[in-house]
Design a protein around this ligand. Structure first.
Ligand SMILES: Cc1cc2nc3c(=O)[nH]c(=O)nc-3n(C[C@H](O)[C@H](O)[C@H](O)COP(=O)(O)OP(=O)(O)OC[C@H]3O[C@@H](n4cnc5c(N)ncnc54)[C@H](O)[C@@H]3O)c2cc1C
Length: 558
């Protein structure tokens, strides 16, 4: 195995379990093995203090060369870089990173797991003290020192993807005033705009700043140390720390030089057996591109769960022949953002548009993850369904509730090819400490079913805002209680008629039965009841604002 962090050691361990006689060697450029890189932000943020936990098994055993040799009979060679692969003579040239001397290793089967490299913006001043990435364990060490010393007051994180957002959270929580700068119009591009805006709002509530639609042009320094980051609009953000988190690219130099096929998404091309264009060479993890199970072509998805799963398949096939397959990805991801989580699986609505899937239906649903009496917390979900097959093809979820469970359920439903008619009756485990009797995911599917059967017309908060900006003639109806209205209202020209009074006060609705009525409540559950009543009395242009006030992303009156 070339590469000793996630995919490489996973492949080695699997190969060993299935073949006790194979001679297995891991070549690893860095000093450490099996680093839990996904844990770096939480080490930096002080969620735990023992650095060795990043390098240990769940039982606390350090995964060093002795561990690999004694427990697994695997020779692990840290500080050793593979410099060339000769496919015809099946030899790998390795160089000792310190001493510089080289040696050859011969193989019957080779697994490449060289990971990714950080995409660095071409910006002057990247070498100043205080400019870093969060990619390696030494970056994590540096940032943890910064946190512990408490001298840095202001930080800028460049890039609002998963790692950028996780990093900004832990820096802000450490008392460092943090600004996230993102080139795209929104943060976390695995979410559609509305859900991303809800997360952005939460980040701001926690005191961090977010600047979107903005690039970085320069790191400004004084005496070799960072003093500010200059933005494309000329503004300078004074700071002592900048973390570059502008994404990663597959590390394919070694594979490319060996003549292996590199794909359009930039990664090593592998088949379902994780075999490269050379049958004796497998590849796994961030250095490969993955088959996307929904869109039917390769994409680059550098995620730790995929690296481990693929490593396992590559390791097995390398020793027993091609027996198992890794079918592909649906790009499931999640991250913690202060008191919220944000997760997604499958396609976003933006992706469906980009890819030309024009026949889809989306709904936004807000609910609680548990009953109110068990302190249920809000989850705001968006489900996307293909109209022809009525199968779920995408799901996103944000909020303080159990987002992970919602996204996990959706990922299984998408991979299982489930249609809405199956989702509406899923038999999931239920007891009040864990879930609602009808879980939020199923309730979201119920709303979807109502929508695709034409039983309700939904409208997003964003569309309502557009209508307001255009000055459209519409009647906005809030059906919550006066107490709720007093405490918080949207202030968009709405009329309050509580649901319990609606049947008696229908005369307060517009005279013309064709006038558009947009109805909402806290989550729009009561709004659905209201819509049914109003439509039964002859109004025929009624829409429910999906997700209600909970999913409203714009300013409110109170
Ligand atoms: C801060 C951070 C947080 C993350 N959080 C998450 C998360 O929450 N969820 C998630 O799914 N993913 C997360 N990821 C991504 C996840 O860590 C990667 O997808 C995963 O580590 C990929 O594993 P890999 O083995 O393919 O590559 P890597 O982990 O990058 O390992 C590749 C190894 O190969 C070595 N190497 C490269 N070239 C050579 C060579 N020529 N010779 C010898 N060795 C070589 C490298 O030094 C490296 O150690 C996170 C990543 C980071 C950095």
């Amino acid at each position: 195995m070339i590469g000793g962090s996630a995919a490489g050691p996973k492949a080695a361990a699997r190969a060993r379990r299935l073949d006790q006689n194979a001679q297995i060697t891991i070549i690893q450029k860095e000093p450490d093995l099996s680093m839990a890189s996904c844990g770096y932000p939480y080490y930096v943020g002080g969620f735990f203090n023992e650095r060795t936990k990043l390098l240990s098994t769940g039982s606390g055993i350090l995964r060093n060369p002795d561990y690999y040799l004694n427990t697994k009979g695997i020779l692990a060679k840290p500080l050793t870089e593979a410099t060339t692969i000769d496919c015809s003579s099946k030899k790998v040239t390795c160089r000792n990173v310190f001493a510089g001397n080289s040696e050859f290793l011969v193989y019957d089967k080779l697994i490449i797991a060289t990971g990714s490299i950080t995409r660095m913006p071409d910006v002057h001043g990247r070498n100043l003290n205080g400019v870093t990435t969060l990619k390696s364990i030494s970056d994590a060490d540096f940032l943890r020192r910064v946190r512990d010393e408490g001298k840095v007051r202001r930080a800028v994180v460049i890039g609002a993807g998963l790692i950028g957002i996780e990093t900004s959270e832990v820096l802000q929580m450490a008392g460092i005033r943090t600004t996230v700068v993102e080139l795209l119009p929104q943060i976390l591009s695995f979410l559609d705009t509305q859900l991303a805006s809800l997360i952005e709002g939460h980040i701001r509530e926690k005191g961090a700043s977010v600047i979107t639609n903005m690039g970085v042009t320069k790191f400004l320094g004084k005496n070799g140390s960072l003093v500010a980051v200059k933005l494309t609009n000329g503004m300078e953000l004074p700071c002592e720390l900048a973390v570059i988190a502008t994404g990663v690219s597959p590390n394919v130099g070694l594979a490319r030089n060996a003549g292996l096929r590199i794909g359009k998404a930039g990664g090593i091309v592998v088949d379902r057996y994780m075999q490269t264009s050379d049958p004796d060479i497998y590849a796994a993890g961030d250095c490969t591109e993955q088959y996307h199970l929904i869109i039917g072509r390769n994409r680059y998805v550098p995620y730790g769960d995929l690296a481990n799963l693929q490593g396992r398949v590559a390791g097995e096939n390398a020793v027993v022949g091609n027996e198992v397959t890794f079918p592909g990805t649906i790009q499931s991801g999640i991250c913690k953002v202060f008191d919220y989580a944000a997760g997604a699986t499958g396609l976003t609505e933006d992706m469906t548009k980009e890819l030309g899937y024009d026949d889809t239906t989306a709904v936004i649903y807000a609910g609680l993850d548990k009953p109110g009496f068990m302190n249920g917390k809000t989850v705001i979900s968006k489900m996307i369904v293909d109209n022809r097959s009525q199968k779920i093809i995408g799901f996103q979820c944000v909020g303080p509730g159990d987002v992970s469970k919602q996204v996990a359920q959706a990922a299984i439903a998408i991979q299982g090819g489930m249609a809405v008619k199956t989702l509406v009756n899923l038999d999931l485990p239920y007891a009040p400490p864990f879930a609602q009797a009808i879980d939020s995911f199923i309730a979201c599917a119920h709303v979807m079913e109502n929508k695709i059967k034409g039983r309700m017309r939904g409208i997003t908060a964003e569309d309502v805002i557009q209508k307001l900006n255009r000055g459209d003639d519409m009647f906005l109806l809030d059906v919550r209680t006066p107490g709720e209205f007093e405490a918080l209202r949207l202030g968009i020209g709405e009329t309050l008629i509580p649901l319990g009074e609606l049947r008696k006060r229908l005369n307060e609705l517009p005279k013309h039965k064709t006038k558009e009525i947009i109805v909402y409540c806290k989550t729009s559950l009561r709004a659905y009841e209201a819509e049914r009543i109003i439509e039964a009395h002859g109004w025929n242009n009624v829409a429910i604002m999906e997700g209600g006030i909970v999913a409203w992303t714009h300013s409110r009156a109170k």
